[in-house]
Design a protein around this ligand. Structure first.
Ligand code: DLL
Length: 438
């Protein structure tokens, strides 16, 4: 296919560099970026001036904490292109965040930015064991969402063959997996479950597929869910993370050790902060993930608060890479539910259900009655349970309620629903209906 040998996009001179080398690269890029922000982005100039901060005050990555945070609200207030640091005609592409909470935020890239992003996504695919011989089946949505084009460009960059299927038409997805011999599947974990379910319903043995690797992300998912997907599709499933504001998929990704996601920290410098005080937290402590885009031109965000909750480690990985790793984000500060004072992430409910051998098809309904929060968890029955007696179904409801109570300490009403009554997700799943906000 490729007449010339393709670069495989393992970049050990960066990915396995010493901490000192990485810090040098980061410091140099930070200094340049801060200067660019001050000169070209009115919001940053105003903020620096108000703080009495000069670009020259930032001399190395150690000075990072002197810099102000940037929030999603800043992007909204300057919608659509207010934080862009380059002339409009230097832009090569725009994307937008999925906008589940409020107005969409628009992001933009120069050609260099697209290259940085594609390199990150290429390193991610290679890190999961992908090679230039693989067929990469991309079932993330193509469009303003960064999932489709992000994995597409990454796969092209590392010399693989892309199958740009996009999301939807699940039956056809399965047909393509079978007929084209896709080696790698990239989609959201909830869509991977749905594709797995469809494979089973069609009576196809997943081992008969050529598929070997799954690269799943764009939403939180649990270890239990990983095992389910790996079984349903007979593959190894890897976690990939990213967000449009910083680039898109590939900001970080697991390697074959599956011991946290390696951050492409020569482009995206991560910190963990206490979401309340804004203080930087040490390795191992959980808090809000913050990124500074040290390599980007069009949207060089300074200390962008992602609202994702995880922790970092700078320990060298068994794979040989030295780049900092982040744990699986367990949720976002803004989709954490506080139910009668207890913090609950949808991913914790998913964990409990899967542990009990249920399928992860569920919905949480939060309401407030007589000033008291109520939680109902609707769980879909599988086909075999559907024929059970009413009494045994009541027993299942009680078992789930007890498990939720003992692991999360919350009381929930459990309602079993008929098989297939919860809509399947082709992109990011929506699990929570919070009626308290209405
Ligand atoms: O979801 C980019 C992406 C596409 C990542 C495909 C991975 C694969 P946004 O639409 O801007 O971009 O949403 C970003 O999604 O802040 C997290 O809350 C969540 N998220 C992304 N990846 C993961 C993951 C894309 N692996 C937001 N685990 C982020 C948990 C994730 N949450």
């Amino acid at each position: 296919r490729n007449s010339s040998p393709m670069p495989n996009y393992y970049e050990p001179e960066i990915e396995c560099a010493s901490r000192e080398t990485l810090r040098e690269i980061q410091s140099q890029r930070l200094v340049e970026m801060v200067k660019r922000c001050y000169e070209n982005v009115p919001l940053y100039k105003k903020r620096f001036d108000e703080m009495g901060l000069k670009p020259e005050d930032i001399r190395s990555i150690d000075d990072l904490t002197k810099l102000p945070f940037t929030t999603k609200q800043d992007l909204r207030d300057t919608y659509p292109f207010g934080l862009i640091a380059v002339p409009r005609d230097d832009l090569a592409r725009v994307h937008a965040s999925s906008g589940t909470t409020g107005k969409q935020t628009v992001v933009a890239y120069t050609q260099n930015d697209l290259d940085i992003w594609a390199r990150s996504a290429a390193r991610a695919i290679v890190g999961c064991g992908g090679t230039h011989e693989d067929f990469v089946h991309v079932s993330y949505g193509y469009g303003l969402f960064t999932g489709g084009l992000g994995l597409h460009d990454g796969a092209e960059k590392m010399g693989a063959t892309v199958i740009p299927v996009s999301s939807g038409n699940t039956s056809r997805q399965v047909q393509i997996l079978q007929d084209y011999g896709s080696d790698i599947l990239a989609c959201t974990p909830s869509y991977a479950m749905y594709i797995g379910e469809t494979v089973r319903e069609k009576g196809i043995d997943p081992k008969s597929l050529r598929l070997r690797i799954g690269i799943f992300g764009a939403e939180p998912w649990t270890e239990e869910m990983r095992r389910e997907i790996e079984k349903a599709l007979a593959i190894r499933a890897f976690d990939i993370y990213g967000l449009s504001e910083i680039a898109g998929p590939g900001v970080s990704c697991e390697c074959e050790e599956q011991a946290g996601m390696h951050v492409q920290e020569d482009f995206f410098y991560p910190e963990i902060i206490d979401p309340v005080t804004g203080e930087q937290l040490p390795d191992g402590e959980e808090g809000e993930l913050v990124f500074t885009c040290i390599g980007k031109e069009a949207l060089p965000l300074i200390r962008y608060r992602t609202r994702d909750i995880c922790s970092l480690t700078h320990e060298k990985c068994a794979c040989g890479r030295t780049t900092v790793r982040m744990t699986k984000p367990k949720g976002r500060t803004d989709d954490m539910l506080i139910i009668r004072g207890i913090n609950v992430f949808p991913s914790q409910i998913e964990s409990v259900l899967l542990d009990l051998g249920m399928d992860p098809n569920y919905r949480m309904i939060v309401d407030r009655k007589n000033n008291l929060d109520t939680l109902e968890v609707q769980v879909e029955m599988n086909e075999s349970m559907f024929s059970d007696t009413v009494r045994s179904l009541e027993r299942v409801e009680r078992t789930i309620a007890d498990a939720l109570h003992s692991t999360l300490n919350i009381a929930a009403k459990i309602t079993l629903l008929e098989p297939k009554s919860i809509e399947r997700s082709e992109g990011k799943a929506k699990r929570v209906i919070d009626r308290r906000k209405l």
